[in-house]
Write a protein that binds this ligand. Structure first.
Ligand SMILES: *Cc1c(COP(=O)(O)O)cnc(C)c1O
Length: 348
């Protein structure tokens, strides 16, 4: 199977399995797991923050950030297409009593600044939920995996600062963004008070995300993590793979980007498939199948019959994600399979 549904399907590398087997362990709820402590230090360093915290998932990292930054009844301003708003089961509202307030994401993943200002400029009046947080996302998953330019992030962050509102960066794929923008994770996270990133996507770890920020922020995050059941004991088993990821798996993400560009070009040549153009493409290709939902379904099934899996993102929209384990040959095979599947779906 050529599984292009997501970069979360990646399996740990042999080196990760080795590191997991030999990890030095302790009870991390007591702060005594040396492997976790080392990974958290590395994460803080790579994002340019004072401290880091290992958590179970990106969703948990973002939820903890929301709960630390926002008192109950406060307003968190999020992108209308952001992962936090769309795909995190309403956690901020359900667990934190937070008013999740969407503002439009532009095509390049940036927040619409005039909408953002309108939300930030909420009168300090007892009628209105008060803004406490703006969240940014980079790369922006739902905007085609685009790397959001640093200048766009800085504009939104500067505006939030003017209103004394904190900024959280959902950097689930921050290293993909850094590579595409020819910068580094710390530069991307510099405009944010807190940042999260995932180990279990393109970096190929089996599980885990990091939340980073000031020492004070992470101390509060530590309590919230415990409260929501995320205090793990010998979590060095997880952290060991994370250390390998940060040391060995970051630079190779560039290969995923090259493969995604090749995939976009290949799919773009197939009649009936419309590839969403992306100015700074990372490891994702969104495309639409001409015609009805039934045609799109047939296309997906025909593709599956040819051992290629893509993710469904709408009635006729699909997402293909490149990752560790997908090489250039797999891309060529996927494109051929897509050409055949399109032939069957449209004319079969
Ligand atoms: C995947 C993802 C998350 C959540 O990560 P999980 O580990 O799946 O909970 C958050 N934000 C973005 C942008 C993501 O792509």
């Amino acid at each position: 199977m050529i599984d292009l549904r997501s970069d979360t399907v990646t399996l740990p590398t042999p080196e990760m399995r080795e590191a997991i087997a030999h990890a030095e362990l302790g009870d991390d709820v007591y702060g005594e797991d040396p492997t976790v402590n080392r990974l958290q230090q590395m994460a803080a360093q790579v994002t340019g923050k004072q401290a880091g915290l290992l958590v179970a998932s990106g969703t948990m990292a973002n939820l903890i950030a929301l709960l630390v930054h926002c008192p109950r009844g406060a307003k968190a301003i999020v992108g209308s297409k952001s992962h936090t708003y769309v795909y995190e089961a309403g956690g901020g509202s359900a667990a934190g009593g937070i008013v999740m307030t969407p503002v439009a994401n532009l095509e390049n993943g940036a927040l619409d600044l005039s909408e953002l200002e309108r939300e930030l400029a909420t009168p300090c009046d007892s009628h209105f939920a008060q803004p406490a947080l703006v969240t940014l996302e980079n790369t922006h998953n739902n905007c085609g995996g685009v790397a959001v330019p640093l200048s766009a992030m800085a504009e939104a962050a500067d505006m939030a600062r003017r209103y004394r509102v904190a900024i959280h960066l959902d950097g689930a794929r921050i290293f993909n963004a850094a590579i595409a923008l020819e910068t580094n994770a710390a530069a991307l996270a510099a405009c944010a008070d807190s940042v999260s990133f995932c180990l279990s996507k393109g970096l190929s770890c089996p599980v885990g995300s990091l939340l980073c920020g000031t020492r004070e922020f992470i101390a509060q995050a530590h309590r919230v993590r415990k409260m929501i059941g995320g205090g793990m004991r010998q979590a060095g088993i997880i952290a060991a793979a994370g250390i390998v990821a940060l040391e060995k798996m970051v630079d190779r993400l560039a290969e995923d980007h090259r493969n995604a560009r090749a995939l976009a070009e290949g799919l773009g040549l197939i009649a009936g498939l419309n590839v969403q153009p992306v100015s700074r493409r990372t490891n994702m290709v969104f495309f639409e199948v001409d015609g009805s939902e039934a045609t799109a379904q047939k296309f997906q099934q025909e593709l599956k019959d040819r051992e290629v899996l893509v993710g469904r993102r709408g009635p006729t929209t699909f997402r293909a994600v490149t990752h560790y384990g997908i090489d250039r040959r797999a891309i060529d095979r996927a494109v051929s399979a897509a050409a055949e599947a399109a032939g069957e779906a449209f004319f079969g």
